[in-house]
Ligand binder design. Structure first.
Ligand code: C5P
Length: 240
């Protein structure tokens, strides 16, 4: 069976503060989405590529159209949340697809070997796979402070760093299992205070085993201006 890669690019990019959709932000003179799609194509893992775009966009549709006819890119409109955008992409995965990789357009410098590593674990029998890297910071959880005059938060606990990983995309899934997890999640999602920030969390919530494979430091998620500066430096040093 085939492997679909769903690239979610429907975010607003508010935290970059540039006033354009994040996927259109130029990096080395080309939109982030173009870098992301180059990476997906170069990895060679995709039998079908679906890009999820902001409603009303025409420029990003143009970026995708530029890959035809050699690499046709299917485009669909995203939703208000990342989860809704992923769902729209999964609905467009098409027939004959066993595995799906969900990738953030914001991780536009992910090397091909990360895609291959995720696909290898799927082919070896995993139903859910995430690429991850060790964390360098010590991670603590916090709660609201009882003395906001002193500070708004206090530490509630410290997590053993050696057991923590920073999880990236592409995250890989057996398509049928991910669709089932999304369907189940939609029944309780609205009642939950927590936001679902990755697809593997839905699989965890329904009791699936999620395997971890190596991620890459250059697979950073471009979120703020400082990430964009780092990405510019990476591109000018040959990370493409
Ligand atoms: O907001 P966050 O940085 O977690 O977004 C990660 C990815 O999800 C980005 O590539 C963004 O374009 C995408 N996204 C989306 N639809 C939304 C929100 C985010 O496709 N409604």
């Amino acid at each position: 069976g085939g492997t679909a890669v769903v690239v979610v690019a429907a975010g607003s990019g508010t935290r970059l503060g540039l006033g354009i959709p994040k996927a259109l932000v130029p990096l080395g003179g080309r939109p982030l989405l173009a870098h992301a799609l180059d990476g997906v194509i170069a990895s060679g893992v995709a039998t079908r590529i679906v890009v999820v775009l902001p409603p009303g966009d025409t420029e990003l549709v143009g970026v995708c159209a530029g890959y035809a006819p050699a690499h046709p890119i299917h485009t669909v409109t995203g939703g208000a949340s990342r989860t809704a955008s992923v769902r729209a992409g999964l609905d467009a995965a098409g027939p004959g697809i066993d595995h799906v990789l969900v990738h953030d357009a914001a991780r536009c410098l992910t090397p091909g070997w990360v895609f291959s590593g995720v696909v290898e674990a799927l082919r070896a029998g995993a139903d859910a796979v995430v690429p991850a890297v060790p964390v360098v910071d010590t991670i603590k959880s916090v709660v609201a402070s009882a003395s906001p005059r002193i500070g708004p938060e206090i530490v509630a606990g410290t997590h053993e760093r050696s057991t923590l990983r920073a999880v990236q995309t592409p995250q890989g899934f057996r398509l049928g299992r991910l669709l089932a997890a999304h369907a189940e999640a939609s029944t309780w999602e609205a009642d939950r205070a927590v936001s679902v920030t990755d697809d593997a969390a839905l699989m965890e919530a329904v009791g699936e085993t999620v395997y971890v494979v190596p991620g890459a430091p250059e697979s950073l998620k471009i979120t703020t201006r400082i990430d964009l500066l780092l990405a510019e430096t990476l591109v000018s040093n040959g990370y493409e």
